[in-house]
Design a protein around this ligand. Structure first.
Ligand code: ZN
Length: 368
């Protein structure tokens, strides 16, 4: 169960474009370096080359040649089905026209796919289609209800648009209308559609709490649109405490390099869960250490698996392959030392790989 993932690429890409998709940097890659010379690049050559019919560690140019001759549909089919993921929870809010939608993901992988709705994208869609400031709060709640009819969860990117150092209380309606007015006026005057007002971002989060589905929060590592020092999940502590009576589950995504902080929050708060997706892909062979650290403080019923892959299906495949390899190495070490029984190790793997997500997202009943 990949509980947080995005679509795979729809179209063929050149090596230069591909390299921009295997880094969290959004800057141009200098001519004197290749993004393949990184942990994720080495991991692609190690793990994905055989899936494309090449030997392990095939050179980057050879890899890209094989990728081009197979074509994106076949590359997606091989890597998505090869990931061994039975159910993808696909977040659709980012550059959706370049990637497969949840249904296409399910078809390409031959597995189930469900949707997770981005809270900010719902707001941006109603602003695009026209709304008044006064009616904005009600319209948002209605639009969120409509957008999530079949969704299994929602996601917030307040980490990107502001940071976790926000006023935790539910904003007053008058403040929301005022903030919406400023946003709508700026947008009407050629300003960005992108919502960045902290009052509105908090309003969306609280609307997400009211909606009652698990709330995924981007946490830690990400592209330079965010301020990493303001994405430490400990900054969320006041808000986590405030929403506790609502019994809504909070899913801290990625978390690196704050996965130890996330493990602490998952231990002390019953409604906090986390994963170390994204960081696993980008640390390659070193992800084993992060997986071991993710198993420090958290109860094992509070940790989930995700790839956070977006775009190249290599990332969907690697998320799974590196996690399997890393977990095997870490747990085997503990079993060999006599600290864990093999039965317990297998039980914990199943909890993290599927059972925890099935329970939190209530997937056993077949909602998809
Ligand atoms: Zn994501």
């Amino acid at each position: 169960m990949d509980h947080h993932v995005h679509g795979a690429l729809k179209d063929d890409v050149s090596q230069s474009v591909f390299e921009t998709l295997i880094t969290e940097s959004d800057r141009a890659i200098p001519a004197w370096m290749s993004q393949f010379d990184s942990q994720v690049g080495f991991a692609i050559r190690r793990w994905c080359a055989p899936v494309l019919g090449l030997p392990r560690h095939a050179a980057a140019a050879e890899y890209m040649k094989a990728r081009a001759s197979l074509g994106t549909d076949e590359v997606n089919r091989r890597l998505l089905s090869g990931a061994g993921v039975g159910h993808f929870l696909v977040e659709t809010g980012y550059r959706g026209d370049e990637i497969l939608n949840p249904e296409q993901m399910g078809q390409s992988a031959g597995q189930r796919a469900s949707e997770v709705v981005r809270l900010e994208a719902v707001a941006e869609s109603i602003v695009e289609s026209g709304v008044t400031a006064k009616s904005f709060p009600e319209r948002y709640v209605q639009a969120l209800a409509n957008a999530t009819t079949h969704a299994v969860g929602v996601k917030s990117i307040i980490a990107y648009r502001w940071g976790f150092d926000f006023e935790p209380a539910r904003p007053a309606k008058v403040a929301v209308i005022e903030a919406a007015r400023n946003w709508l006026e700026a947008f009407a005057n050629g300003g960005p559609l992108k919502v960045e007002d902290p009052v509105l971002l908090r309003f969306f989060l609280w609307a997400g709490v009211d909606r009652g589905l698990p709330i995924q929060l981007h946490t830690g590592y990400g592209d330079p649109d965010l301020r990493l020092d303001r994405c430490n999940p400990l900054l969320l502590t006041p808000w986590i405490k405030l929403i506790e009576p609502a019994s809504v589950d909070i899913m801290l995504l990625h978390c690196y390099p704050y996965h130890r902080e996330a493990g602490y929050l998952a231990q002390v708060f019953p409604h906090v869960y986390f994963d170390v997706g994204l960081g696993v892909n980008y640390t390659g062979v070193q992800s084993e250490q992060i997986l071991a650290e993710s198993l420090e403080l958290t109860p094992f019923s509070k940790l989930l698996f995700s790839s956070d892959a977006w775009g190249p299906a290599e990332l969907h495949y690697l998320g799974s392959a590196l996690w399997r390899q890393g977990m095997t190495n870490v747990l085997q070490r503990w079993v060999d030392a006599g600290d864990w029984s093999e039965d317990d190790a297998i039980r914990v793997v199943n909890m993290i790989a599927t059972e925890n997500a099935t329970r939190v997202y209530k997937l056993a009943g077949g909602r998809s």
